[in-house]
Design a protein. Structure first.
Length: 452
């Protein structure tokens, strides 16, 4: 079975990019940066919480991955990393487990050999209290609101909206079994940014990781049951709330869809920087919000436009009213030409800022590749923004910022029900009850003498 290789193409910066799928299914991207003193490696694995029974094991695996193998103990791995002048890290997101390494250019062969050793011959510490049943962790206010927001907007259940489950602490054998299932090449992305000639790098990857097999893992994030969020008003209440929180979910266009740049500019006019309408209205004019933001969220589950803000306790209804009014005004009248110009400049500048260092650039390119985008999508994005007309931004605002198409969800201390509250309020109260019960169970489990 031969590797599938995409045509070579120069990156927008003049760098050469070679992308290929190895026979074992590993999607490999090599970005050549002539003369680079450092090499960056990013391995992105699907790692969504699609199976509640695996939740505890996934946490422990992510903590232990890359720390030891059957041929190198923790001290040996740490000594090798130090000798290479390398930095290793592992990050877990809602979708992925990302293993990162930055190493001096001449240390790339040894770093690849170490990666192969950790993937093919893993070793994990024996978990303490294996077999112990852990109660579900109590969610914080922000997590409760976000799960309720997504559950009602997209008709859960779904891994992003389900409450975090409890679970059983796995044995060492169970951790290794999860490694064999989850840490596999098919469905994964490996990105290497280096000054070496790409064919030589690719040959080295094939030599070290050709024996790595398996997958897909089945841990990819599934799509939401709904493609567009259901509108409405959702109010959660918590007597202990220290802040009033608000989240919205409105329709959006995912990247790289043809309408995405225009909607992105409309979203920036709405919120996302210091001179946006939400900031001026909620913070400067009314003094309601400590923080306010708007962004387009996108992952394999779906895509939605979200407003996120926090204010003093007791202000949730007022926040919802002002956010709804701001959406309605921008949808009805559109932005001014000056607002569009400022949003375009901000977006272009942020693109350059996001790719300011090689490490940030490597992480961004790997993330785009794992999301199914061209690795250099963000580098080319300012050109797409420059082609958007003011009229197209106004049309995007009218279509996507209509508050009648958005869910507005809040969490606050109990008070009079908002006039716009719909029948989802009863479900929200049930969310509150279940979260309170979960917190009480967790505290009871931590009490002296409590048994699993």
């Amino acid at each position: 079975m031969k590797a599938t290789t995409a045509p070579r193409r120069p990156a927008p910066t003049g760098r050469e990019t070679l992308r290929t799928v190895l026979p074992n299914g590993l999607d490999t991207v090599v970005v050549t940066v002539p003369g680079a003193p450092l090499a960056e490696l990013r391995l992105v694995l699907p790692y969504a919480r699609t199976e509640p029974a695996l939740a505890v094991a996934q946490e422990l695996l992510a903590t232990g991955l890359g720390t030891a193998s059957t041929t190198r103990d923790r001290r040996s791995v740490a000594d090798l990393v130090a000798g290479l002048g390398a930095e290793l890290s592992t990050v877990v997101t809602a979708e992925h487990l990302v293993w990162s390494a930055g190493v001096l250019a001449e240390g790339l062969p040894a770093a690849l050999e170490l990666l192969a050793d950790l993937l093919l011959r893993p070793a994990y510490d024996r978990p303490a209290a294996a077999g112990t049943r852990l109660p579900p962790p109590p969610p914080g206010p922000g997590a409760r609101l976000r799960r309720a927001q997504l559950r009602h907007a997209f008709d859960g259940p779904h891994p992003l909206s389900d409450d975090a489950p409890g679970g059983t602490v796995p044995t060492a054998a169970e951790l290794l079994a999860l490694h064999r299932r989850a840490v596999v090449p098919r469905g994964a992305v490996l990105l290497l940014m280096t000054g070496e000639e790409p064919d030589r790098v690719l040959d080295r990857v094939h030599a070290e990781l050709g024996a790595w097999t398996g997958g897909p893992s089945g841990l990819s994030l599934p799509p939401f049951p709904r493609s567009a969020p259901a509108p409405g008003r959702l109010a959660l209440h918590d007597p202990a709330a220290e802040q009033a929180l608000l989240l919205t979910a409105g329709p959006a266009v995912p990247a790289p869809g043809p309408g995405h740049p225009a909607l992105h500019l409309a979203q920036l006019v709405l919120g996302g920087h210091a001179s946006s309408r939400l900031t001026r209205r909620l913070r400067e004019r009314h003094g309601l919000a400590y923080a306010v933001d708007a962004r387009i969220r996108q992952n394999r589950a779906g895509c939605w436009l979200e407003i996120d803000c926090a204010g003093a306790p007791g202000t949730a209804d007022r926040l919802a009213e002002e956010v709804t009014a701001c959406l309605a005004e921008l949808a009805a009248t559109g932005p001014t030409p000056e607002e569009t110009r400022r949003a375009r400049r901000y977006a272009a500048g942020f693109t350059r800022f996001a790719l300011a260092t090689r490490a940030e650039e490597a992480s961004a390119l790997a993330g785009f590749a794992a999301a199914g985008l061209d690795p250099h999508w963000l580098t080319e994005y300012p050109h797409a923004l420059a082609e958007v007309t003011h009229r197209q931004v106004a049309e995007a605002a009218a279509r996507f910022l209509d508050p009648e198409r958005a869910l507005v969800a809040t969490l606050d201390r109990p008070g009079p029900a908002p006039a716009a509250t719909t029948d989802v309020t009863a479900a929200a109260d049930q969310d509150t009850k279940e979260a309170t019960e979960a917190a009480e169970a967790h505290e009871a489990a931590k009490a002296p003498g409590a048994r699993p």
